[in-house]
Design a protein around this ligand. Structure first.
Ligand code: AMP
Length: 349
């Protein structure tokens, strides 16, 4: 199913202990699209300024991303972000954020973008996320990402935006900040209880907590799943890892959900799908979500190997699938509890 993404299209200046780049192509929607395009047709919505290079648009276009809803604002400045990482690449300092053309952006999506069944509201002002959501009232699966800045300055709007989404993807620290709950599981459960907003029939039903180099966790009303990050010795720049992760997750879900609403056939032993009353909604069975988490993990691992979009731009589907197989073998184990006779696990006296 084609998917539409709205979010920052940016120039990023980044410094890590391993080097720096000035005004490289970045932005949440860009990182997302360059990952999701491995799975499905992606349409990007958002404004750029007069300073945005045609060659940067071509980076996406050449990889099959539909950029016809990227609006160039005459005389405007492209979103700009400057950040710095220390030796702990899990934490970063934002040194500058300039919204530029996003400050007054009024999204008017084309017929094509509005026809998408899947919508990703990438990190940007929550009011803008809501306005885009309102233009796709029949979307079958809506995921949303955000960050500490919006929790701090626009929390109420963000909560409304989250209530219009099926899936919230957030850093674990931000999930705690958003809910005021110190425990990840209780924080996720809190969001799952928020319910639908006035204009939308469903509320959040999947929470994905990103945990940087430690991996990610997925919480639904009755299930929990977690994966470690793919282990890497050389991490150069984590910028965009979260959006690339989201691109793998949402792209895989979009590509593997049948058009027409019927739930996927269940593999034997698979858990029951995350059912919702709304028949238009995508039915999310456990197997689909777990594989989507694995692809997300793999895509994110490539992103951090080089600066900005550099590595993902050169990536191939073969490389992705090879790493997915490695991740599968690294994370599989047999449950001793199933094979060992009862009581044999107790330590010898
Ligand atoms: P990530 O590392 O996945 O959190 O994403 C980093 C990307 O988010 C960078 O490419 C930035 O351009 C973009 N970004 C940073 N701050 C913001 C913000 N306040 N709103 C939207 N996008 C942002």
């Amino acid at each position: 199913m084609p998917l539409t993404v709205v979010g920052s299209i940016a120039y990023d200046s980044v410094r890590t202990p391993f080097g720096e780049r000035e005004r490289m192509l970045g932005g949440a929607a860009v990182h997302f699209a360059l990952a999701a395009r491995f799975f499905d047709e992606v349409r990007v919505v958002g404004p750029v300024g007069a300073d945005f290079g045609e060659d940067d648009l071509e980076v996406m276009r050449a990889r099959g991303v539909d950029v016809s809803d990227v609006e160039r604002i005459a005389g405007g400045r492209t979103f700009f972000w400057r950040g710095e990482y220390g030796w702990d690449l899990n934490t970063r300092e934002t040194l500058d954020t300039q919204l530029g053309v996003f400050e007054r952006f009024d999204p008017k999506l084309s017929e094509r973008s509005r026809a998408s069944d899947v919508l990703f509201l990438a990190n940007i002002q929550p009011s803008l996320q809501q306005r885009v959501r309102a233009q796709l009232p029949d979307a079958r699966f809506v995921a949303l990402d955000s960050m500490n800045l919006w929790i701090e300055i626009a929390r109420e709007e963000l909560v409304r935006a989250i209530r219009g989404a099926d899936c919230l993807i957030l850093n674990d620290a931000e999930l705690r900040q958003l809910t005021g709950m110190p425990n990840l599981l209780s924080a996720a459960r809190e969001v799952l209880a928020w319910g639908p907003s006035g204009q939308t029939p469903r509320g959040p039903r999947v929470i994905v907590a990103k945990q940087g180099e430690y991996g990610s966790a997925l919480v639904t009303r009755d299930r929990f799943f977690a994966l470690p990050a793919y282990p890497l010795e050389n991490v150069i720049d984590p910028t965009g890892a979260g959006d690339t992760f989201a691109g793998g997750l949402v792209g895989y879900i979009a590509a593997n959900t049948p058009v027409g609403g019927a739930p996927r056939a269940q593999a034997s032993g698979a858990e029951r799908p995350e059912q919702v009353a709304d028949t238009n909604a995508v039915q999310l069975d456990d197997e689909l979500l777990r594989t989507a988490m694995a692809y997300a993990t793999v895509l994110a691992s490539f992103n951090v190997e080089e600066f900005g979009t550099e590595r993902v731009c050169r990536l191939t589907r073969e490389e992705i699938d090879a790493r997915l197989r490695e991740l599968a073998s690294m994370t599989s184990f047999s449950s001793a509890a199933e094979t060992a006779p009862a009581g044999s696990a107790s330590p010898a006296a």
